[in-house]
Design a protein around this ligand. Structure first.
Ligand code: ARG
Length: 453
């Protein structure tokens, strides 16, 4: 085992088991590029401030860039007993450029370094996730535009309630995902400040230019308390929380896809390329993509809960417990990135059975409210018309028919106010077209909303 950089006050080498237990290199190696980026910004600033020579800063930069190249080409691998990615890169740098490498860590601690790396990593990944989510939203917008007059039942309690359109249904999810995008961007924004200069916990006596480093790294500011700078992992928690809400939405949509693709609903036919078969039952076509998405929601919630519990009892400032934050954060990011592309593909490729959707909208007395509203327009009070409509529904159930199929004489037995125009008033088209307030299902309203996005 290589001698530890901090070995000065120790008489013994680290136990092998402890070394392995302690090491975060197997997972924090993911942040090599952010670590290098941060080190270059830090060392360039050190030179500008006269803390190290510009020759040393140039040697450090060249050395770090060559390490980055070698990692990316596979020439340099992470099989090392280094304690973490920060030590790994610094050791490698010193091997390559000698004494100048030993000046890199001036005015810095791994405590502010790791906080920076995680923030930079999260900012990069947030952009990617937001882009994947944008693609899903764009897909839903396209499908919605093609289905402005595709009627389906809207449900409450999973009972047919009132007619809507498939486009209107999709706008519900578009709204959820737009809020998710806002939340992810807000979490990213709050993460995007530099903790460098916080040192181990109490800042440093070197004349660092913290703002210049932040600017160099594309961050919009610096953390304002050195203790908080090294001890804060809110950014990871906020991000995992935005991801959890996003997964909750994807899971609700998944649940409906699973239901709607069943033989009982038959609203959807999943594309063969986005479903799977059974090893035993030849007829099966299973909605695995949706089911896995629903399942992975539990996993992302787990990441969020891990983060909250890891942090909840920690005294200020840095504690090694915080190393555990990384894997939960990485898992959350990787899971979301694995979920979104196949999910979008599934939505894009599935066939919508408009005939079955419309038949379901026609068959569940979804126009019973409109029948009551019709009588209100004829001058009756709503509480009375609600009762009349309810009695008519009961009559229809007993006679195995539907409201719009009842002859006018029958309707008149329930209320003399019924006239020939009732049939138009309770048609699917009228029911949907009439709900044209902002947010309603009327095709014109939904189209205006979609066009506004
Ligand atoms: N690998 C460590 C982590 O992720 C880096 C910071 C180590 N700092 C320390 N004081 N031991 O938390």
């Amino acid at each position: 085992m290589a001698k530890k950089m901090w070995a000065g006050r120790f008489e013994k080498a680290t136990d092998k088991e402890v070394n392995d237990y302690n090491s975060s290199l197997p997972f924090d190696c993911k942040m090599y590029s952010q670590d290098i980026e941060g080190s270059i910004a830090h060392s360039q600033m050190l030179a500008k401030q006269g803390v190290i020579s510009s020759e040393d800063a140039e040697a450090i930069k060249t050395g770090l860039l060559s390490i980055k190249d070698d990692i990316e080409s596979g020439k340099l691998t992470f099989d090392s007993d280094a304690e973490d990615i920060h030590m790994f890169i610094e050791e490698e740098l010193t091997n390559r450029i000698g004494d100048a490498g030993k000046r890199l860590h001036t005015g810095r601690s791994r405590n502010d370094q790791v906080a920076l790396d995680q923030r930079l990593f999260l900012v990069d990944e947030a952009d990617e996730i937001v882009e994947l989510l944008d693609t899903l939203v764009d897909t839903l917008i396209d499908i919605a535009k093609d289905n402005l007059t595709t009627y389906m039942p809207g449900y409450t309690h999973l009972q047919r309630a009132q007619p809507i359109t498939y486009a209107h249904y999709l706008t519900a999810y578009i709204e959820m995902f737009r809020r998710d995008t806002d939340r992810l961007n807000a979490a990213k924004d709050r993460a995007n400040v530099s903790p460098l200069g916080s040192g181990a916990l109490a800042g440093t006596t070197y004349p660092l230019d913290r703002e210049a480093v932040a600017e160099d790294l594309g961050m919009h500011g610096v953390t304002l308390c050195s203790l908080d700078g090294v001890a804060d992992r809110d950014f990871a928690i906020e991000f995992a929380s935005a991801c959890s809400i996003l997964m909750m939405h994807l899971s609700r949509l998944s649940e409906e896809i699973i239901l709607y693709a069943s033989q009982e609903f038959k609203f959807y036919e999943l594309d063969d390329a986005y479903s799977t078969g059974s090893s035993m039952m030849p007829q099966k076509k299973n909605p695995d993509v949706a089911e896995l998405t629903r399942g992975k929601t539990g996993r992302v919630y787990g990441d969020l809960i891990s983060l909250l519990v890891i942090m909840k009892g920690l005294p200020l400032t840095y504690n090694k417990d915080m190393q555990e934050v990384q894997e939960a954060m990485f898992d959350c990011i990787e899971t979301i990135k694995a979920v979104l592309p196949p999910f979008t593909g599934m939505m894009k490729t599935m066939t919508i059975r408009k005939d079955n959707m419309e038949a379901a909208a026609l068959n569940g007395f979804t126009n019973a409210t409109d029948l009551a509203d019709y009588l209100v327009k004829k001058g009756l009070p709503f509480r009375e018309t609600h009762a009349i409509s309810g009695k008519l529904v009961h009559y229809c159930i007993e006679h195995n028919t539907s409201l719009e199929k009842l002859p006018l004489e029958t309707l008149k037995e329930f209320s003399p106010a019924f006239e020939e125009d009732v049939y138009d008033a309770i048609s699917l088209k009228t029911c949907v077209d009439g709900r044209s307030l902002i947010g309603g299902p009327a095709p014109e309203t939904v189209k205006r909303y979609l066009d506004s996005l």
